[in-house]
Design a protein around this ligand. Sequence first.
Ligand code: SAM
Length: 190
Amino acid sequence: MKLAKILPFTRVLMDMAVKEGDIAVDATVGNGHDTLYLAERVGEKGRVFGFDIQQEAIAATSARLQEHHLLERVTLFQASHDQLIEKIPDVYHGRITGAIFNLGYLPGGDKRIVTKPESTIRAIEQLLQIMKKEGIIVLVVYHGHPEGVIERDALLDYVREMDQKRVHVLKYAFINQKNNPPFIIAIEKR
Ligand code: SAM
């Protein structure tokens, strides 16, 4: 298949936005795959801020980064992403070029702990305040579980109403696949 699958396409979008020396955010670190990718992407002079409410996710991400000797360019918070404006020091505000959200539950973890639309939307609003112009927020929406359906609908309602003078919003989805495949919402700050 030539068309980029969902996860590779998140990287295409992040590669457009995040360059060496930049500041990036992983809003749902989980097992740390995206955090590691962002840490490599920003290089030695950049910085990544990662959030997750579960201690298990912070530990897994920390171990993954350590294994790759990249922990020192990442700050991890065991906190909800809707606290990012207070957690990320002011000196980094205005310098964030990319942020990623992988919604849903921690793979291999407690499936009852899932992202919630209210806090996801608050986090997006905070990011839009402190991101650089042309910064991109990527959300991977998993809607194969009941709460995922609620989150999907709330997010789509929210992004469809966003002022086009403020942001560009993209939806990238395979529309003939069975079993509710995940899709991407990308928001670029204007
Ligand atoms: N990208 C991750 C990876 O590479 O493994 C997977 C992320 S997983 C699909 C979603 C994560 O979001 C879970 O680890 C969960 O604990 C976390 N989460 C749920 N609500 C959150 C919130 N309000 N703030 C930050 N993280 C949250």
